[in-house]
Ligand binder design. Structure first.
Ligand code: PMP
Length: 469
């Protein structure tokens, strides 16, 4: 660490945090335990460089999850991004999004260049918000074109699209939703496409599972009535729901179904977007054309808050075809979509990915890491399946390979904790999937080297050995 903080400062920080900060997704009792012997300190991350972070005790960790939540794609400590943001902030920090900005215009051009077929970028500040923009577009199109009828939005079991009530209404992770209802109407669930668990799905075939899984969506459209279904919102590779890589043939069939029933395809690239899977966007592995694409985390690697809802000209056109109608524009705003730090950081973030060939590195290191995870599977029977794309990988842990019964989430937490003890931060699928929270998650920054990956995998190897004997 650079020594800007001494130990006394840091203990003050820990106490301030313990007293006042409400951590995300956290039970605070361990920090507050009246029995001092049982009390643990909240973890404060003080500094980061490359793939590594340092906590309040000065302990170094390899961050195998890009800031805990798949975000810091280009790694920590990037001065060129900090400088680009600083330069922009002193020139103009903000103006509401009814006007444009220099970095907003220039980043939109860069982004659209990476997304053939897409033309318009709507700025906001979080992944949830970008998804809400997509949902609102679909709803407004339903009102404008279909008398409000084609308003339903389909979402998939195990997918996640954000934390607001509307996003949770489109959320396929039940426990995450428990206690937050009632939800909004008009969101309808379709089955997941996790081939490894197809034995849990009635009628799933031995062959051509991908086409079968996509056809389940068609069945839902037919059941609901195609004239009521406006959009289908899917993650390209499901993240927190289990690092679910789609089976062969799935996406191609999904696009055909959307075309057949005039359903807009909204792809949630909040995790996969901007390089995570080795292509600029996850959907680009499958040769399909979306109608709406949302993105957030990797857009500026967490150097500033930014999200985008990107559409085709066809979608955009529906909002400008009759200028005499005073309701005929997208009646939506995002105050912080007007912050210029976001696009300024995003431009330099994208430049770094190009300059340092990080897509190529992501593909090569992702393949290497997947091989290493398969090798772990040869050694530890508890690894039921390793899967993923690029540096977006998971290892699903099962009690035995025949029944595929998930390992209990408390035991999965022990594996994560053991790695943490060794100075390696890994993740696990969402705790909101009881009985399904059994997939270890890995998403190191796209700069990862073989050495980094060896250290990560060796920590997991050690942890599996200790936890499962
Ligand atoms: N979509 C996906 C696929 C996500 O994983 C997340 C966040 N984990 C979101 C949307 C929501 O993003 P945010 O937390 O920025 O609102």
């Amino acid at each position: 660490m650079d020594g800007n903080f001494n130990e006394n400062d840091l203990s003050r920080v820990v106490e301030a945090d313990r007293a006042h900060v409400w951590h995300h997704l956290s039970q605070h009792q361990p920090y507050m335990n009246a029995d001092a012997a049982k009390q643990v300190d909240p973890r404060i991350i003080v500094e980061g460089k490359g793939l590594r972070v340092w906590d309040q005790k000065g302990k170094e960790h390899i961050d195998a999850v890009a800031g805990g939540v798949w975000t810091v794609n280009v790694g920590y400590g990037r001065e060129s991004i900090a400088n680009a943001v600083r330069d922009q902030l002193v020139k103009l920090n903000f103006f509401g999004g009814t006007a444009g900005s220099i970095p907003g215009a220039l980043f939109s051009e860069m982004l659209i260049d990476k997304m053939p077929g897409m033309t318009r970028v709507y700025y906001a500040s979080s992944g949830s918000e970008a998804n809400e923009k997509g949902f609102k577009m679909v709803r407004q199109i339903a009102h404008k074109r279909y008398g409000g009828k084609k308003h339903k939005i389909l979402y998939r079991d195990r997918d996640y699209h954000g934390t607001t009530i509307a996003c949770l209404s489109a959320g396929g992770q039940d426990e995450r939703n428990a206690q937050y209802g009632p939800f909004t109407d008009g969101f309808v669930r379709v089955p997941h496409c996790l081939e490894y668990r197809k034995h849990e799905q009635d009628g799933a075939p031995d062959e051509n599972y991908g086409v079968w899984a996509a056809n389940q969506i068609e069945e839902v459209i037919l059941r609901e009535g195609p004239d009521t279904v406006g959009a289908l919102c899917l993650e390209p590779v499901t993240a927190g729901g289990g690092v679910i890589t789609p089976p062969d043939g799935y996406w191609e069939r999904v696009r055909e179904i959307c075309d057949q029933y005039d359903v807009l395809l909204h792809i949630d690239e909040v995790v996969c977007g901007v390089g995570r899977t080795g292509t600029w966007f996850g959907y680009q592995h499958y040769g399909i054309q979306p109608d709406i694409v949302t993105m957030a985390k990797g857009v500026a690697s967490g150097y500033a808050a930014i999200s985008c809802c990107v559409t085709t000209e066809k979608v955009f056109d529906m909002f400008k075809d009759d200028a005499s109608d005073h309701l005929n524009y997208f009646r939506d705003i995002s105050t912080f979509g007007g912050c210029t730090a976001g696009p300024a950081a995003a431009i330099e973030n994208m430049n770094i990915i190009e300059r340092e060939n990080l897509l190529e590195n992501c593909t090569a290191m992702g393949d290497y890491m997947l091989d290493q995870l398969h090798a772990l599977g040869d050694k530890h029977a508890v690894v039921g399946q390793a899967r993923g794309k690029g540096l977006f990988l998971g290892a699903e842990l099962v009690q035995d390979r025949d029944s595929k019964t998930p390992v209990d989430e408390k035991i999965v937490a022990q594996v994560v904790g053991d790695c943490m003890q060794q100075g390696v931060i890994i993740g696990a699928t969402n705790r909101s999937l009881p009985g399904k929270n059994n997939t270890l998650c890995f998403s190191p920054a796209l700069i990862a080297t073989k050495d980094d990956i060896d250290q990560i995998v060796s920590a997991v190897d050690g942890a599996l050995g200790r936890v499962f004997g």
